[in-house]
Ligand binder design. Structure first.
Ligand code: ADP
Ligand code: MG
Length: 261
C-alpha cells in the first residue's frame, strides 16, 4: 500500500517532533533483530498523535528512541529542531506499568521529578505537586501509597508525575493497557481534558485502534514488524467523539483495513 505523504507529514503546523527514516536493529545474543524500518512522521506542537500497530511491530522501540532511552540505527529524530541525544525534561514519559516508587506516597512520586530540576516558574514544589494532583483528580489520595491504589489511580499518578516539570511533550506507551474497560474510557476523557487544558503535544502508543481513533488528531498506522508507517489517518474532528457515529466507525475501519487480511 502506498504511503500518503501528505497525511503523514501533518497539516503544515510547526513540527515539534520529527522522525526521518528511523530504523533500529537490536544486537541480541541470538543475532540481530530488526525492530523498525524507515519510520518517518511528525507531530505538530499541541497535536495528539497516536502510533498504532500490532504487538511486536516496534512501537515501544520508536517510543524509546524519541524518549532518548535508545538510539536509532538509522535516521534522525528531532525535537524542536534539535537532534535527540538522551532523555530530557522536555519529554515526560508514561509507561504501561506505572513504575511508581512503592516507598513513596502519591505526592512523593509526583515530587520526584521536581527534586532534580525544580518546579516550573511561578510554582513552589509543593504548589506544583498539588496542581498536578488536582489535574488528575487525586488531591484526596496525596498521602496514600501506590499499593493502596487501583490500577487506574496508579496511571493517574504516572501522568501527574510526567506533567510535574511541565514538559511541552508527553510520551505515553500503552498507558491504559492494563486497566479495565470502564476505567479506560474514564481515563480517556480525563486525558483529553488535561491535553486541552495544558496544550501539550502528546505522542500516544497503543495497539488499541478504538483508543487511538477516540483520542487522536492523527493516527499513524504501523505495519507488522519490522514496523514502518503505512498511513496516517485523521479521525473526525468533533470532540468528545461519539464512538457510535458513522464517521468514527469509518475511521476505525480504515485503520483496521491495514490489518484485516
Ligand atoms: P511493540 O512495542 O510494538 O510491541 P517493541 O518495540 O517492543 O514492539 O519490539 C519490536 C521488536 O524488537 C520485537 O521483535 C522485539 O522482540 C524486539 N526487541 C525489543 N526490544 C529489544 C531488545 N532490547 N533486544 C532485542 N530485541 C528487542
Ligand atoms: Mg510495546
Amino acid at each position: 500500500m502506498a504511503v500518503d505523504d501528505e497525511a503523514v507529514v501533518g497539516d503544515g503546523r510547526e513540527a515539534q517532533i520529527r522522525l526521518a527514516g528511523v530504523g533500529k536493529t537490536y544486537r541480541s545474543e541470538s543475532g540481530p533483530v530488526r525492530a523498525v524500518s524507515d519510520v518517518s512522521f511528525d507531530a505538530a506542537r499541541g497535536e495528539f498523535v497516536s502510533v498504532v500497530g500490532p504487538s511486536g511491530c516496534g512501537k515501544s522501540t520508536v517510543f524509546r528512541i524519541i524518549a532518548g532511552l535508545e538510539t536509532a540505527t538509522e535516521g534522525t529524530v528531532e525535537v524542536d529542531g534539535e537532534p535527540v541525544t538522551g532523555p530530557g525534561p522536555d519529554r515526560g514519559m508514561v509507561f504501561q506499568d506505572d513504575a511508581l516508587f512503592p516507598w513513596r506516597t502519591v505526592a512523593g512520586n509526583v515530587r520526584y521529578g521536581l527534586e532534580e530540576v525544580g518546579a516550573p516558574e511561578g510554582f513552589s514544589v509543593s504548589e506544583r505537586v498539588d496542581y498536578c494532583l488536582d489535574l488528575v483528580g487525586l488531591s484526596e489520595a496525596a498521602q496514600q501509597y501506590p499499593r493502596e491504589l487501583s490500577g487506574g489511580m496508579r496511571q493517574r499518578v504516572g501522568i501527574a508525575r510526567a506533567l510535574a516539570v511541565d514538559p511541552p511533550i508527553l510520551l505515553m506507551d500503552e498507558p491504559f493497557a492494563s486497566v479495565d474497560a470502564r476505567t479506560k474510557s474514564t481515563l480517556h476523557r480525563e486525558l483529553l481534558d488535561i491535553w486541552a487544558e495544558t496544550g501539550k503535544t502528546v505522542l500516544f502508543v497503543t495497539h488499541d485502534i478504538d483508543e487511538a481513533v477516540y483520542l487522536s488528531d492523527r493516527v499513524v498506522v504501523f505495519s507488522e514488524g519490522p514496523g514502518t508507517v503505512l498511513d496516517a489517518i485523521s479521525p473526525p474532528v468533533d470532540r468528545p467523539r461519539d464512538r457510535t457515529s458513522e464517521a468514527f466507525t469509518e475511521a476505525k475501519a480504515e485503520v483496521l483495513s491495514y490489518f484485516d487480511h
